[in-house]
Write a protein that binds this ligand. Structure first.
Ligand SMILES: Cc1cc2nc3c(=O)[nH]c(=O)nc-3n(C[C@H](O)[C@H](O)[C@H](O)COP(=O)(O)OP(=O)(O)OC[C@H]3O[C@@H](n4cnc5c(N)ncnc54)[C@H](O)[C@@H]3O)c2cc1C
Length: 115
């Protein structure tokens, strides 16, 4: 990321950007050394990605939950969130996470009726 920021500066400080470039707002032109750039990145960077799949649903050995979202090998525990997605989906994750919740509510209601 340090290298990336330096490449970004090379591009923005090229002649092609002369008519568009204003003063550098962040991290600011005084932040020059690799260490200073790294410090800035460590203080400010974050993720806007959609983490999923750390407790994947499935029937294979790597699956954490079964198709009823029950944790394999543990009684009385379900996982109900985006972590059960077996792979990264192509769309946004929020609606899918809500549907996982709706589905789990139905599974629990059906399970309760069966008991
Ligand atoms: C910046 C950003 C922008 C996004 N924009 C969109 C968008 O535009 N459209 C879209 O569809 N999706 C978007 N998403 C993704 C979407 O928000 C998530 O995929 C979704 O919220 C995942 O739901 P979840 O229930 O799996 O996890 P979360 O919503 O993260 O819920 C996990 C919950 O567990 C709680 N928790 C964590 N640890 C513990 C613990 N030990 N004990 C008890 N509770 C705990 C947390 O407090 C949290 O309430 C965005 C995500 C980010 C980060």
């Amino acid at each position: 990321m340090v290298e990336g920021l330096k490449i970004l500066r090379q591009i923005v400080y090229s002649d092609a950007f002369n008519e568009f470039r204003g003063e550098e707002i962040a991290p600011g032109s005084s932040v020059r050394s690799d260490k200073a750039i790294e410090d800035y990145i460590r203080q400010t960077c974050g993720t806007a990605w959609h983490p999923v799949g750390t407790c994947k649903m499935g029937i294979d050995q790597m699956a954490v939950v079964d198709p009823q979202l029950k944790v394999r090998g543990i009684e009385g525990l379900r996982v109900v969130d985006a972590s059960i997605m077996p792979t990264m989906i192509t769309g946004n994750t929020n609606a899918s996470a809500i549907m996982i919740g709706e589905k789990a509510a139905d599974l629990i209601k059906v399970g309760t009726k069966l008991r």
